[in-house]
Design a protein around this ligand. Structure first.
Ligand code: GAL
Length: 388
């Protein structure tokens, strides 16, 4: 008798813990029953289910056990509001329109010696789930406090629960001491480049030959704007702007997704591509990126390849119609495959508000394909029926 009531009590306690842990998931399910948004309204204030403007900029989405989780930069009001004063936020949704706050997935540290101490810069966080380890793995662009954008590191945090809390593990510059796969006969004579003036044809040629790869060979390659991609075979890749944002690098992650294997390649050396978003459709890899103009919008670019390792082919600006030359005043952050729908991809971008970062807007638009090329058009109000 005593034993069975003990078992009963333990079950009650255990169940309440499990329920506490999943509050954010169950709330999300409630929102899908109808109230709230029935459409996407790109560029407008987007309220969460507590009626607060969603605070998840430069974000990415993980679909896990029937629920979408949106991770992004938590920004604050006013100038300087781009610094990480709080951490990485997480929201959940089952319909992609109504989002419930799951709170802060990765809080900044109060310890001033921590690499992610309050006031550092944490940008473009992305989370992927590792089937083998059962761990959620978050990578993000990290800039150390008070160092501007000089550190150019990638940071890692992990959790066994999707909405966190995530534990900060480490940050570094990728691929230190390792040449990209295509540089089979690398030169270490960086001195020969010292006289070159930026933007001259000679300098551009040197960039293509790997001038910056060579400069950063020992300390590791720069890693700023980034994204993650998990392929059908379970392999994951870290894609980031390197070489002073001149060249994108694609690196393979280890089977647990928590490190780099050392296999990496450069795409479009000197192409000045930022804000990468990678997805796969019909066996082909697609990449959408922006040019490099800081918080100001510019024209997006798209690329396609039969292999993640290239060769990549440039397809030009995927955006069409009014304001397409400025990506509808926004910059790519992620391409989201919609679950349960054929050929349904959402282009996710940020309309930055650098003077008041918390007011930044989200531009989510459906991607269509013409002659196997991605096409994005502005639509001030749309819903998932466009994919039918
Ligand atoms: C953008 C980049 C943003 C942020 C910003 C800082 O080009 O995409 O993520 O780093 O520069 O100026």
């Amino acid at each position: 008798m005593v034993k069975s009531s003990f078992i009963y009590l333990s079950l009650v306690v255990l169940t309440s813990f499990v329920l506490m842990g999943s509050t954010c998931t169950s709330n999300a399910k409630k929102t899908s029953t109808g109230h709230g948004y029935a459409a996407f309204h790109p560029g407008e204030i987007w309220l969460d289910t507590d009626s607060v403007h969603i605070n998840a900029h430069g974000g990415g989405i993980l679909f896990h056990e029937g629920t979408y989780y949106w991770f992004g930069e938590h920004k604050v009001a006013g100038r300087g509001g781009n610094r990480a004063m709080v951490g990485v936020s997480c929201y959940s949704s089952s319909d992609l329109m109504n989002w419930t706050s799951c709170g802060i997935a990765l809080p900044v540290a109060t310890d001033t010696l921590s690499e992610i101490t309050k006031g550092c810069v944490i940008e473009r966080p992305k989370v992927i789930y590792n089937e083998k380890t059962g761990m959620f793995v978050m990578w993000f662009h990290l800039e150390l406090k008070d160092q501007g954008y000089a550190a150019a590191r990638t940071g890692l945090a992990i959790s066994d629960k999707v909405s966190g809390p995530y534990t900060y593990v480490k940050s570094f510059r990728p691929n230190a001491g390792i040449w990209p796969m295509e540089m089979t006969n690398p030169s270490r004579d960086t001195g020969k480049y010292n006289h070159l003036k930026w933007w001259t044809p000679e300098w551009r040629k040197a960039v293509e030959e790997g001038l910056f790869v060579q400069y950063d060979f020992e300390k590791g390659q720069m890693s700023r704007d980034m994204t993650l991609f998990v392929d059908d075979d379970g392999k994951a890749y870290h894609i980031h702007s390197a070489e002073e944002n001149l060249t994108l690098h694609i690196s393979e992650l280890t089977p647990d997704y928590q490190d780099f294997t050392g296999k990496w390649t450069r795409i479009f050396p000197g192409g000045h591509n930022e804000a990468p978003a990678l997805f796969k459709r019909g066996g082909k890899y697609y990449l959408i990126a922006s040019g490099c103009t800081g918080w100001d919008p510019n024209a997006a670019r798209s690329f396609v390849s039969n292999s993640i390792w290239g060769p990549w082919e440039a397809l030009g600006n995927p955006c069409i119609g009014p304001d397409s030359a400025l990506t509808f005043q926004s910059q790519s952050t992620y391409v989201l495959p919609v679950q349960g729908k054929e050929d349904a991809y959402i282009f996710m971008a940020d309309r930055w508000r650098p003077r008041n970062p918390i007011d930044g807007r989200y531009i989510w638009l459906p991607i269509s394909f013409e002659d196997e090329k991605p096409v994005i058009e502005f639509n001030e109000k749309w819903d998932l029926s466009v994919f039918e």
